[in-house]
Design a protein around this ligand. Structure first.
Ligand SMILES: Cc1ncc(COP(=O)(O)O)c(C=O)c1O
Length: 407
């Protein structure tokens, strides 16, 4: 058997390979087995009672816990530098669990202005049914955050980098503002997982992820995670998300995400490299009005990006086409461009091995009310790109060729 490793003293790549993955006690399997079982049997009735009461460690029923999922949770906690993690069946399961943990009837949540459309829907439609008040603020503006806090504010919720406008929030300063007032901070770090941004180290109380994206990285499993201090997560695990609302992942999906995470360090380097190369190409293209990517030195948020991301600027970006290209409406020009790519796929999601391109106003953000979309800058001319792992030169050649149809 391997010796226990101290991941606080080891690098990110080593942690992503070894964390959670002890050789299996049954036969010494080095790759974590998929415990594809709904229930676990006990040697004796006494043992069953003790496991159920928590007196003895063990598994009873996969909705409450499963060894493959435990291995994934250990790796997820090392990923973000948290004490513990809860794996969920989807990113939305993680978002819901974190929100229900902190907010009750009569409370107020201040949320980021520009967030993923399903999360926006939960805030707008679902939480109001529980008499939880939600307002939004521009989280790239610290004064707007402080000004949006009310007497009954219990939670600040925002995305480390907003979807789809790529706006960064200063997590350290926002956490300071919140904690001075006894308010909790939850950050959705799906767009900028480590090594890009580490919200817990900057003061956030909980991090949520859609592991569907970069963390799994292979586009073949839906999953989510909530990561933070054990005392914050225990009530979510036993009383809210996992056990009672049943957001448990399948053991097979836990295995897929666990496997995907082992190559995360290498993958993230390439995503960042390709994202930067595409953003730089777009910045110089005559059909492009504006590129949203804080890694560019021309970005108004570049100084914050340098401070928080230290050169790992990510693989996701957005850009707006200029008005009136060849007399076309913005939406038509976007469709013409999207239909001209050959390597990138037209698809939502992000963090896949292949490059993905999408039209936010009619796809991911189509359900957001039009006035809100307009206020956030999600125009008909906006295209979002998730740079994949392909050869950079192939991607750039494909972008060049696709853009030539607009000349
Ligand atoms: C920022 C962000 N958070 C959460 C989610 C939800 O994740 P999932 O689709 O895994 O439920 C998404 C999905 O696109 C997302 O982009």
């Amino acid at each position: 058997m391997k010796r226990k490793l101290d991941f606080s003293k080891l690098g990110f790549g080593t942690g992503m390979i070894h964390a959670g993955q002890e050789p299996d006690p049954s036969y010494g399997a080095l790759a974590t087995p998929i415990y594809q079982t709904s229930t676990f049997c006990f040697d004796t009735a006494e043992e069953g009672g003790e496991i159920f009461s928590g007196e003895r460690a063990g598994y009873a029923y996969t909705r409450g816990g499963n060894p493959t999922t435990t291995a994934l949770e250990q790796k997820l906690s090392i990923l973000e530098g948290g004490e513990a993690a809860i794996a969920t069946a989807s990113g939305m399961g993680a978002v819901g669990g974190a929100l229900l943990a902190y907010a009750k009837a009569g409370d107020h949540i201040l949320r980021g202005r520009c967030i993923y459309s399903c999360t926006e829907h939960v805030f707008r439609e679902n939480l109001s049914k529980f008499n939880i008040e939600v307002t939004s603020a521009d989280f790239s503006d610290l004064e707007a955050v402080a000004g949006g806090i009310k007497e009954n504010t219990k939670l600040l919720y925002f995305e480390s980098m907003s979807n789809p406008m790529m706006e960064l929030s200063d997590i350290r300063e926002i956490s300071r503002i919140a904690h001075d007032r006894g308010i909790k901070v939850v950050v959705d770090n799906t767009f900028t997982p480590p090594p890009e941004i580490r919200p817990l180290s900057l003061g956030a109380d909980l991090v949520v992820h859609s592991t569907t994206k970069y963390i799994n990285g292979h586009g073949d499993a839906i999953g989510g995670a909530i990561i933070g201090a054990k005392e914050e997560l225990d009530p979510i695990r036993s009383g809210i998300t996992t056990k009672l609302l049943g957001t448990t992942p399948s053991p097979f999906n836990s295995y897929l995400v666990l496997r995907g995470m082992q190559t995360m360090e290498l993958r993230m380097q390439r995503h960042c490299e390709n994202g930067f190369a595409i953003a730089s190409f777009l910045e110089g293209n005559p059909h492009v009005k504006r590129v949203y990517y804080p890694g560019l030195s021309s970005s108004p948020q570049h100084a914050l990006a340098e401070r928080m991301m230290k050169g790992n600027y990510g693989g996701i970006l957005a850009f707006e086409l200029k008005d009136g290209i060849r007399g076309m409406k913005a939406f038509d020009a976007c469709k013409k461009l999207l239909n001209s790519f050959t390597i990138p796929s037209i698809a939502v999601s992000l963090g896949d091995p292949g490059t993905l391109v999408e039209h936010a106003a009619s796809m991911t953000h189509g359900a957001v009310p039009a006035e809100e979309r307009e206020r956030e800058g999600i125009t008909d001319a906006l295209i979002r790109v998730s740079a994949g792992l392909e050869d950079k030169e192939d991607l750039l050649a494909d972008f060049r060729a696709a853009f030539s149809v607009l000349d």
